[in-house]
Design a protein. Sequence first.
Length: 99
Amino acid sequence: MTTNNKFFNNLGLAMRAGKVVTGEDMVIDSVRHGQAKLVIIAEDASAGTYKKVNDKCSYYQVTLHQFGSREQLGASIGKEARVVLAVTDAGFARMLLKQ
């Protein structure tokens, strides 16, 4: 099993555990309220979206990880394409960053 698959499988686990927030506005809210432990943004996200999310994460000191395509991110959590996700559990965030 490749690291990629492991990353997406663990993201799916976090989703099933109810520890993933999706959608730009919801993710930014969770960063603002200190709930997001890790923000994952698709490598094919638009420059504007990336800047907005990156600025928010920098300001609130939340780790931002650019990984996978929007299709891969969406598929890993059983939804359609997703550009940005937030993991709200420190354990899952650590596990995902290790890969």
